[in-house]
Every structure is written in C-alpha cells, then in structure tokens.
Design a protein around this ligand. Structure first.
Ligand code: UGA
Length: 433
C-alpha cells in the first residue's frame, strides 16, 4: 500500500520505517527542514536501537521517501497517519493539539479523492470527533474518513513494539473503510494472532491514555510502598518480587526508585486529568494527582538522601551522577528524573558532574550549567557521593573496588535499585537508596 506518515519524531519515524519494513511504500512528511535533511542522509536525530539501520535500509530500497511537502503527500496514497507530538500546553495541564490540527488543516484542502486518516498521536478523548468537523469545513468535497489507531511503543523497544505489538486498536465509525484498510495494512502482523480490538474512536483514544495512566499508577504505587518501607526499614524490592509473582499483579513496572519521567507518562496523566475535568468527571481521576505527587516526591527525596549523607549541607560537596536519560537505551531527557535531581543538587550548592552513555548532548541543551564527563570514571573522580540515576547496564556492571580508588568518600546512592547492595557494602561503600 502507499501511505503517508505526518511527523517524523520518535513515533512517526519509527512507524514510517516499520511500515516500509512491512513492504508498504511510505512517504514521511516532516515540516522541520533541517531534520528532513538529516533523515534523508540516513541520520536519526535521536538514539533508538536498530532504527538508523532500518532507515538506511529503506531509503536504499526506495520504500521510504522523506519530504516536507503536503502537496506530494496529498497525491501519494490513500492512507495518512498523524504521528505528530501532543505536548503539554505551557502553563496548563492540558495537551496542546496545534500540531495535530495543523496536519488536517493543511491536508484537507489538497485531497481530491476519498482517503483514510489514521491518528496515532496520543490525544484527549473526543479529538477524533472534533477533527472530523474541522476536516468537513476545509475539504473540497472529498470524503476524508478519520479513525484512531493508537500506538503503544516504548522508547528503546520501538521497532519491536511496532512490528510485534501486544495488540492493535482501531477506533472507527463502522460505516467507513477504516477496518478493511487497517486489516490490509497490518496483515503481516495480524497473521500472528495479534489481538485486533475494533471499537469507536472515543474508546480507542481512551485505551491509550488509560494504559499510560495505569503504568504511571503502578510505578507510583510501588514508590508509595517504598516510602513506607523506608519508614520501617523494610525492603521494597522484596515486596515487589513477592507481590509480582501473583499473576494478577505482575512484576513489570514495579521497580521502585526515582520514578517515571519522559515525554509520555507525566504529560499524559496531566492531560487525562484536564480532559476529565472538561467532561465533568474530574473526581474519577483525582487519584492521578496523587500518582503525580508520589512521583515528584521521589526526586526531592533523593536530594534529601544526599544532603543527609553529607551531614545536612550540600555546599562544596562533589556529586558524580551516572545517568541522565529518563531511562536506559534512550537519549531522551524530557522530564528526566535524573537531570531534575542533578539540577536540584546544584541549586543547593553541590558541584555536580554528570555522565550518560547517550544523553550528554541533549542534557547540555537543557542544563548547560551542570558539568559533564566523558566517562563514568571521570564523573566519579573526587566524588563525595556517587549516584546511579538511570540503570544503564554499564553502571549496573561497575566494580565497586575499581571505583573506590577514584572517589573521596565511598557513598553510593542507588536511585534505581539496580545495584547489588551486599556487593557494594561488602567493598566498604555506604549504600543508600
Ligand atoms: C511509555 C509507555 O510504556 C508506552 O507503552 C507508550 O507507548 C509510551 O509511553 C507513549 O505514550 O508514547 P516510554 O515513555 O518509552 O513508554 O517509557 P517507559 O518504559 O514506560 O518508562 C517510563 C518511565 O517510567 C521511565 O522514566 C522509567 O525509568 C520509569 N519506570 C518504568 C520506573 O520508574 N519503574 C518501572 O518499573 C518502570
């Protein structure tokens, strides 16, 4: 099939490349000309394992073409994906839909035949219905059907999650062609008995935000239990392991630590609360405010732990921070708990040096005043406190004895509960969480 993907960020680029991998002819449209030039040269502007290889492969096969042109898009094929960002509005909790709206506003007047638009971006419930109205007002007589096909990919596993998803969800009005076209589009995936959930657009929109709200809740749940464990000297990792064996609970997303960040979970739970408020159902989601509170408290608590280890003052203290990305296998630092903690420590007088295998450049752009090191060893030199704030495998593998010679004081703060407490303590380190 010939398809178009609007927006070549994390979601859109992965989707475009994976659709080419499925054998479709894909046009990726991006308004940022500098980004288009990089992508056309096979250069992915963010770190995602395997994506650069697949991009190069399909620029070479010719199955993927990248452009800035809406006119070219309008003529390309009959299925259009919206994969642009829906960031948090400045100074508000709600999602900013201007990029999603711009796609349909630009496309609708150019289309001269019946087409299908599939939304992938995470949007507040009711967005699809509003876009249908918008398109009606702008189209030149063509029948532009809009349906919602949310995406559930995780950074770091983006290709795998797209090509072998847990499920495909389609929210559409039954009278249209969306179901038939979507089945054809994903035929190779559906062949492997992937669940296909066919529903209305409102439900599909809600599936996506509910999934992220649930994941955020699960993380904050275990972090709330961690607070109680800390009060009584209990071991939250053992609690998570033990309750995780119950198949109804499950062990995944029960890793306590400095909490969740990134470009999705934090903004999505806030947008969900804002939308529920607009719908007169705000009470239903007040618990998400607490989920957000527990999460943010983890960051301040980390700072308190370091201050406590330094006898109440951070002035003149050297802190080596290992990890800046919001999670491993990513260079994304949007709402990164690690950088947030680094920034707070610096504001309170500490001298902070950060190392991350992939996220240094992005970190510098938003926190230029922190010091950055070229290796974990460099970051830890003369440190009074070493902190692991993103659980990159290379940090988990560090030999405490090797680090001992570099630091001023052997204090390690395990912000992701990813280190072997006994090993570090056995090597004479003060191990804190
Ligand atoms: C999240 C969802 O997992 C995806 O399903 C969804 O498609 C995506 O958002 C999106 O809406 O686009 P992602 O932001 O890539 O994916 O990150 P996650 O792997 O979910 O991790 C989010 C944060 O939670 C990270 O900071 C991570 O360190 C933290 N986390 C995760 C924990 O603190 N504990 C855990 O047990 C798991």
């Amino acid at each position: 099939m010939r398809l178009t993907v609007f927006g070549l960020g994390y979601l859109g680029l992965t989707h475009a490349v994976c659709m080419a991998e499925l054998g479709h002819e894909v046009l990726g449209v991006e308004v940022d000309e500098a980004k288009v030039a990089r992508l056309q040269a096979g250069d992915v502007p963010f770190y995602e394992p395997g994506l650069a290889d697949l991009l190069t492969k399909h620029l070479d096969t010719g199955l993927l073409v990248i452009s800035t042109s809406y006119r070219q898009a309008a003529e390309w094929g009959d299925v259009f994906f919206i994969a642009v960002g829906t960031p948090q509005k400045k100074g508000e909790s709600a999602a900013d839909l201007r990029y999603v709206e711009a796609v349909v506003d630009n496309l609708a007047p150019l289309v001269d035949r019946d087409v299908l638009v599939l939304g992938k971006s995470t949007v507040p419930v009711g967005t699809c219905a509003k876009l249908v109205e918008r398109v009606r007002a702008r189209s030149q007589g063509a029948d532009i059907e809009i349906a919602w096909n949310p995406e559930f990919l995780r950074e770091g596993f983006a290709i795998e999650d797209t090509l072998q998803p847990d499920r495909i969800v389609l929210g559409r009005r039954p009278s249209g062609r969306a179901e038939a076209l979507t089945r054809e589009l994903y035929a190779d995936i559906l062949r492997h008995d992937t669940p296909f959930i066919l529903t209305d657009p409102e439900t599909a929109e809600l599936v996506k935000v509910s999934a992220n709200a649930f994941l955020a809740t699960k993380i904050s749940f275990i972090n709330a239990i961690a607070e109680v464990c800390e009060a009584v000297g209990a071991d939250v990792r053992a609690v998570a392991d033990a309750i995780g064996y119950d198949a109804r609970i499950g062990r995944r997303y029960l890793n306590a630590g400095i909490g969740f960040g990134g470009g999705c979970l934090p903004k999505d739970i806030r947008a969900f609360m804002a939308r529920a408020g607009e719908l007169g159902a705000s009470e239903a989601l007040t618990f998400l405010r607490e989920v957000d509170n527990v999460n943010m408290r983890r960051r301040t608590r980390m700072v308190d732990v370091v201050r406590g280890a330094c006898h109440g003052s951070l002035l003149g203290v050297n802190v080596g921070i290992l990890g800046a990305a919001f999670k491993p296998d990513s260079d994304d630092v949007r709402d990164s708990p690690a950088l947030n903690v680094a920034g707070q420590l610096q504001l309170q007088g500490a001298s902070v040096t950060v190392y991350d295998p992939k996220a240094i450049e992005n970190s510098k752009a938003i926190f230029p005043t922190l010091s950055y090191a070229a290796s974990a060893d460099d970051a830890c030199e003369n440190a009074d406190v070493v902190m692991v704030l993103t659980e990159w495998p290379e940090f988990v593998r560090i030999d405490p004895d090797d680090l001992s010679a570099l630091v001023r004081t052997k204090t390690i703060v395990d912000g992701r509960l990813c280190l072997d407490r006994q090993r570090w303590s056995g090597c004479g380190w003060t191990y804190l969480t």
